[in-house]
Design a protein around this ligand. Structure first.
Ligand code: SF4
Length: 318
């Protein structure tokens, strides 16, 4: 059966210019390099990779929280990169973000009721009664009691704050949520509660979730599909089960081998060196400086994506 598409990202490029420091001049950070991706309705799509690979920038660019240099993001047949102010406001009702740190993402001076009311007051013309009804419904949906609406963020644990952040993302009934490392700032003991809540929301409400994470165990439990990112490019994408059973790209194999619960062979693949700087990425296959299987042509030629449902970008599979 054909998966129903919610959004398509075509050849998206995001770059920054930063100062070079004491040497002066500018340098360009190539954060996202021509990413193309189809987001299916009702799926949890994980975007995984090391810190600095561009996954959070990609997520923010999808919500137009970061400006893209070129490419397109089609949502309901409209390119969101060229929306005007009014259209962008409308798009924001469909797409919401849950940030990594629930300690920083909730305004400490606002009561929970006001935090949850705010998006509705800004984006809708609902009556006060209707807004209150929605706020009560969403706080219950994330497993918290109505009584907590009168409290301030500091009166909650990290896990409860992340539930409140998820409730805030849900008040506008979005079609998709972008969750950027939603459990990495939480104690391990409460991570499972938030992970289970996201799974429940997806299953009950057919919510589409883009999950940005470096944690392969979270992905194995939660995601339907996984895209592996390296230096601003997607190097492999497939159904989660397929990626975990049959990883193809050498970088994916290395990522999976580093997780003890997943690596059944105990053979850890140690990559050479660190992630190269996105301001000076290698020529050819960007992974060639660390790849244990690199060939001569990998240094100069760029591998194309091959495969249909399981796609990979590596000369080994040409
Ligand atoms: Fe390694 Fe070459 Fe494949 Fe890149 S194209 S992952 S360097 S084998």
């Amino acid at each position: 059966m054909q998966d129903k598409s919610l959004a398509q990202i075509n050849n998206l490029v995001v770059e920054y210019t930063t100062n070079k420091g004491i040497l002066g001049g500018k340098k360009i950070i190539h954060a996202v390099n021509g990413v193309s991706l189809d987001i299916h309705k009702g799926e949890i799509l994980a975007i995984a990779g090391e810190s600095g690979c561009g996954k959070s920038t990609l997520a923010k660019a999808i919500l137009k929280l970061e400006p893209a240099k070129s490419g397109e993001i089609l949502f309901n047949d409209k390119n969101i990169l060229s929306l005007n102010k009014k259209e962008l406001k409308d798009f924001r009702k469909h797409a919401q973000m849950v940030f990594q740190n629930p300690y920083a993402s909730l305004n400490p001076k606002m009561k929970i009721i006001d935090i949850l009311k705010e998006p509705l007051e800004i984006n809708t013309d609902y009556s006060k009664e209707k807004i209150l009804e929605i706020v009560k419904e969403k706080i219950k949906l994330v497993g918290l009691d109505e009584n907590c609406l009168d409290l301030y963020p500091h009166e909650f644990s990290g896990g409860q704050r992340q539930r409140i952040a998820i409730a805030r993302a849900l008040v506008l009934n979005p079609e998709f949520i972008l969750a950027d490392e939603p459990v990495s700032a939480l104690d391990v003991s409460i991570q499972a509660q938030v992970i289970n809540l996201l799974k429940e929301l997806k299953e009950k409400y057919n919510l589409t979730i883009i999950l940005i994470t470096h944690d392969m165990s979270v992905i194995e439990y939660l995601a339907d599909r996984v895209a592996i990112m390296y230096l601003g490019e997607i190097v492999e994408i497939a159904q989660t089960e397929e990626i975990f059973k049959n990883p193809l790209h050498p970088y994916t194999k290395a990522l999976l081998s580093s997780v003890p619960q997943i690596n059944k062979t105990d053979k850890k693949i140690i990559l050479k060196g660190d992630l190269p700087s996105p301001s000076n990425p290698p020529e050819g296959c960007k992974f060639h400086t660390r790849c244990p299987y690199a060939m001569e042509k990998c240094k100069t030629c760029i591998p194309k994506e091959s495969g249909i449902r399981h796609k990979v970008r590596c000369f080994i599979y040409d």
